[in-house]
Design a protein around this ligand. Structure first.
Ligand code: TXA
Ligand code: MG
Length: 346
């Protein structure tokens, strides 16, 4: 199959919408990461998503709507918390997990009685949902296991020849996937993102829990509420180790590793650090955002992981994204990319 990569103009959005109405899949830009969209009401279309990206069948998809009024097409119950959060954070990077409408294709929920739904802020995504005339199921548009795509070029690198069309809407400004919040019981963040637990708690006027699986390595006994949390994710080919501590500690540990490594390190070795730090390091470096600025780190992380792959990096030592709030999302993605390998904590 030939994969077209076209700018997200009105004409090309209309073309994409007709592919979607015919049961096809299309990659679309969103403000978080690019999504691989299909008709959420069609079992065959949804099956194509799983096939195109090699996604495990037990990992449910997020459904995207263009207007908050369409929430009822996707969710069969609308608790007042959902309406308050929709009002506060939509359009934007927050996914709500709610009881599902039976009309949705079964594959969307992967056997669960719930569905994740969000109203994206990217104008091209909303225009596409409107033009298609149906809610769109869309996971991130990467091959399963690799970093989520934040540019149309990233999508093409993973899915060339596997999907008919990629709409190019520029760089995804947020850069990490949406916050996933379950409203099935007590409000619980299943996946941290740009909308923080603190902001959600403030909008709801009640405490919000964090899933205990957010900071934990997957293991055999792990049965997270969000099935996606059990898979290896965001993983470039290099072996990444995160070094905990400030810049001087990072630099010191890097120098020690290089001078007296007790095992043969696979070359090439790279540092994954913050902007402006590269000149003082004993290794070639790739940067992801600025120290202490989680938004800039989120926007740059997945592209940095893909650049390390392109450079052929085999061993990578990364700076630890510190802080609370949005930094939790960046740390969570980097920890998963690193397979939870962390060193240097005092
Ligand atoms: O920002 C985003 O959320 C992007 C863009 C395209 O919207 N989408 C995205 O989808 O990241 P995906 O499929 O890569 O991640 C969806 C996550 C997975 O961890 C999945 O397990 C979880 O959401 N999820 C989806 N439906 C769920 C449900 N009903 N219950 C619990 N977790 C759910
Ligand atoms: Mg994904």
């Amino acid at each position: 199959m030939k994969t077209e990569l076209l700018p997200a103009t009105g004409e090309n959005i209309a073309l994409a919408a007709s592919l979607l109405r015919g049961g096809g899949v299309v990659a679309m830009p969103t403000e978080t990461v690019y999504g691989l969209a299909a008709d959420a009401f069609s079992g065959e279309a949804v099956a194509r998503i799983f096939e195109s990206k090699g996604r495990p069948q037990d990992n449910p998809l997020i459904v995207h709507i263009a207007e908050a009024e369409d929430l009822g097409l996707v969710a069969r119950e609308l608790p007042k918390e959902a309406l308050a959060l929709a009002e506060a954070f939509w359009p934007g990077p927050l996914t709500l997990v709610l009881p599902r409408q039976s009309r949705l294709a079964a594959g969307v929920s992967a056997g669960l009685d719930t569905v994740g739904v969000r109203l994206p802020a990217h104008p091209a995504a909303r225009a596409l949902i409107r033009a298609a005339g149906m809610p769109l199921a869309a996971p991130s548009a990467n091959l399963s296991g690799s970093p989520s795509p934040t540019t149309a070029r990233h999508v093409r690198a993973d899915l060339d020849g596997r999907i008919p069309l990629i709409l190019d809407g520029g760089n995804s400004p947020v850069g990490v996937e949406s916050t996933v919040l379950s409203l099935a019981g007590e409000p619980t963040v299943l996946r941290p993102g740009f909308v923080t637990a603190e902001e959600i708690a403030e909008a709801l006027g009640c405490p919000v829990a964090l899933s205990p699986y957010i900071g934990r390595a997957p293991d055999e006994n792990l049965r997270p509420e969000s099935p996606g949390m059990k898979y290896r994710h965001y993983a470039p080919r290099a072996e990444i180790t995160i070094i905990d501590g400030d810049y001087s500690r990072y630099n010191l540990i890097l120098s020690k590793i290089i001078l007296n490594s007790d095992r043969a390190l696979q070359a090439p070795i790279y540092a994954l650090c913050f902007e402006g730090e590269e000149a003082g390091l004993p290794l070639p470096a790739v940067c992801f955002g600025r120290a202490g600025d989680a938004a800039s780190q989120a926007a740059a992380l997945f592209d940095a992981l893909r650049r390390l792959d392109a450079l052929g990096a085999k061993t990578v030592y990364a700076r630890m994204p510190g802080g609370s709030g949005q930094a939790l999302a960046v740390r969570n993605r980097l920890l998963r990319a690193a397979g939870f390998r962390v060193m240097g904590a005092k």
